[in-house]
Ligand binder design. Structure first.
Ligand SMILES: C[S@@+](CC[C@H](N)C(=O)[O-])C[C@H]1O[C@@H](n2cnc3c(N)ncnc32)[C@H](O)[C@@H]1O
Length: 254
């Protein structure tokens, strides 16, 4: 694995994007989408009507959140993932863009950045993504950021999953580890077993480089952008109670 390999987009969001629904299905998101939707709405100074998601991926969270808003716009870097999301969320506007740089020239009552924020591997990248959220968030609105891990609660782990589709099937192993606890990243190595329609199985390794920041870093960067942030406990049946937090960031009215 070379530095060049690590700099490339993960295969999962590139030539393997069409396999996403067999890796991660919308039903798995019902509980957390309910939590994110409620937290965003409660954080707004008035009833929100519009939602922007940055790094919306296959649109699994959006498939639930969109019901709470009049208009939902989904931004992702990957054309393949946008294609998957368009099939699930045909009524939403989809835009290809980088959360560090995209400028839609519109404001939204709520801005949501789910696990895609993990791909902000440096503080400079994270600052840019937060700036994008700030620019697109209307005064009195709110943003919610949901990183998979904070520096304080990081533990190496393995997870496996996958499902059968109509004519293809996928199983995966996800191995999360931190080669250098002193830097701002951790590594997620995936092994994918991709069973094709003819019964043959393709095996792929995919390395994802993800960002790891402390709660203090998050709160400081959100405050520097102008938000009024708070760290909110995130409870989920699959997670150890108290082990995860998300950041809810209010944009002052004036
Ligand atoms: C795990 S998927 C997100 C899945 C999503 N939470 C859902 O509900 O379906 C991560 C996504 O982050 C996107 N991504 C990574 N870096 C990005 C960036 N700089 N700007 C926008 N999207 C990015 C990838 O293309 C990928 O679709």
């Amino acid at each position: 694995m070379t530095t060049e390999d690590e700099a490339r987009a993960p295969k999962l969001y590139d030539d393997l994007a069409s396999w996403w629904p067999l890796m991660s299905a919308p039903e798995e998101y019902a509980h957390e989408a309910e939590f994110y939707g409620r937290a965003l709405i409660e954080a707004c100074a008035r009833p929100p009507r519009t939602l922007l998601e940055l790094g919306s991926g296959g649109g699994n969270n959006a498939s639930y959140l969109k019901a709470r808003f009049d208009r939902t716009v989904l931004v992702d870097l990957s054309p393949g993932m946008l294609e998957v999301s368009r099939r699930l969320n045909p009524e939403c506007e989809h835009v290809q863009g980088d959360m560090r740089a995209v400028r839609l020239g519109r404001e939204f009552d709520c801005v949501f950045v789910h696990d895609a924020v993990c791909y902000m591997a440096t503080e400079a990248d994270l600052r840019q993504a937060i700036r994008t959220a700030w620019i697109h968030c209307a005064p009195g609105g709110a943003a919610l950021f949901a990183p998979d891990h904070l520096r304080e609660n990081f533990v190496p782990s393995t997870e496996q999953g996958g499902r059968d589709g109509a004519d293809r099937a996928m199983r995966y192993l996800m191995w999360t580890w931190d080669p250098d606890p002193a830097d701002s990243t951790y590594t997620v190595d995936f092994a994918y077993l991709l069973r094709q329609a003819d019964g043959s199985v393709r095996v792929e390794h995919d390395r994802h480089l993800e960002g790891l920041f402390s709660r203090g870093d998050w709160l400081r960067l959100l405050q520097e952008a102008g938000f009024q942030p708070s760290a909110v406990p995130f409870d989920h049946p699959d997670l150890e109670p108290g082990s995860h937090q998300v950041f809810v960031a209010r944009k002052p009215v004036g």
